[in-house]
Every structure is written in structure tokens, then in C-alpha cells.
Design a protein around this ligand. Structure first.
Ligand code: SF4
Ligand code: SF4
Length: 186
């Protein structure tokens, strides 16, 4: 079956999840260190306020400050949802009827790779609406695969300590469970 976005869906640009658990808060769009300046510049040019936090870090000693391996661009809503680049106010829609991305041609690699996820073997993200409706796709994902492979090449982890940054962002009722700052991945 060929992958195609579901009519009128914008779910992956809107819904954010707690990952790997509630304690870490809602995650944002993965941004590689080499993409960070470019994305910040795009936001400035379009006068869109963005919030980029660290996402994954590595260190060679347990008590060392982690080096950032990847950042994340946070959603604009208090509960962590909705990418700042998603235009939810316009009448114009993307070719499949979803809300348009204001930086579509320059969007982060992670957006270009979605709905493929870094599993072994690579799979579709089960949160993607297409995946929920059809279960799998074996065509129409060449450019997504190319982008995912680029991310995998850039995110080689060669240090013994891996850290995740807890964002402190999530639903009001979950706030007492959500932490902020680096947490060693055990
Ligand atoms: S990738 Fe999946 S979740 Fe995102 S807009 Fe397309 S169908 Fe919806
Ligand atoms: S940058 Fe564009 S494609 Fe990526 S999540 Fe935001 S609105 Fe969606």
C-alpha cells in the first residue's frame, strides 16, 4: 500500500506526546544541532516565536555536563501541543487538506522523515493517522527513508552516558509528575 497523508489530517504537527514517560514532559520536533541556527533564522524571518530545548545529550563521565546530540522545538500551547510553524489561522490548506506548514520546503529533517521512526527494522509511527487506518505502507516513503537515514547518521551515540532533557511541559493535571532538566537515561 502506498503512503499518503489522510485527508485533512494535521495530527503530527499538532499532537505531542510524553516520551519516554510522563516524567520527561511533552517532547517537541527533533532538531539536529546543525539545523538549529537555520530553524531559528527562519522563525526570525517569519516573526514566529519558537522555543528550542535540548532533547538528547551524551557524556563520557556520569558527573559531566552532557553535550547536546539533538534539540527539540516545543509546541506553542501550554499543554505542549501544536508546532509554532503550523498555520492554523489560514483558509488555505495543504494539498491533502491539512493545515499548511509555514516552512514546508525548509522543515526540519525529522518532519521530512515522519511517519518513519527509528526502530529496527524501521517502522511507521503508530500515532500517525495513516498507520492507525491502514497499519503499514510499502510504497511512497522514499524521501522519508532518505531523511531518516540522514538523522541516523548524524545521531551516532559513541559515549557511555545518554541523557534526556525533561521539558517541564505538559497538561496542567500532569504538572506535578513532570520534571525539568537533564535526566540520565538508565
Ligand atoms: S503523516 Fe500521518 S499524522 Fe501526519 S498528517 Fe500525514 S497522515 Fe496525518
Ligand atoms: S515544522 Fe512544519 S511539518 Fe514540521 S511539525 Fe512544524 S508545521 Fe509540521
Amino acid at each position: 500500500m502506498e503512503f499518503k497523508c489522510i485527508q485533512d489530517c494535521s495530527q503530527c504537527c499538532i499532537e505531542r506526546e510524553y516520551y519516554p514517560s510522563k516524567k520527561f514532559g511533552k517532547i517537541g520536533v527533533l532538531i539536529l544541532p546543525e539545523e538549529k541556527q537555520r530553524i531559528e533564522k527562519l522563525a526570525r524571518q517569519k516573526e514566529i516565536k519558537i522555543n528550542i530545548l535540548p532533547r538528547i545529550g551524551i557524556s563520557y563521565e556520569q558527573n559531566e555536563q552532557p553535550t547536546v546530540l539533538a534539540y527539540q522545538m516545543m509546541g506553542v500551547e501550554n499543554n505542549g501541543n501544536t508546532c509554532p510553524f503550523l498555520d492554523t489561522k489560514t483558509e488555505n490548506r495543504s494539498p491533502h487538506g491539512g493545515y499548511p506548514c509555514r516552512v514546508y520546503v525548509d522543515r526540519p529533517l525529522a518532519c521530512m522523515a515522519f511517519p518513519l521512526v527509528q526502530t529496527e527494522p524501521i517502522e511507521l509511527d503508530e500515532k500517525c493517522k495513516f498507520c492507525k487506518e491502514h497499519g503499514f505502507a510499502n510504497e511512497g516513503l522514499n524521501s522519508e527513508m532518505e531523511s531518516l537515514l540522514k538523522i541516523q547518521t548524524k545521531m551516532k551515540i559513541d559515549a557511555p552516558y545518554i541523557w534526556r532533557f525533561a521539558t517541564g511541559i505538559g497538561k496542567e493535571e500532569d504538572k506535578n509528575q513532570i520534571k525539568t532538566g537533564w535526566i540520565l537515561d538508565e
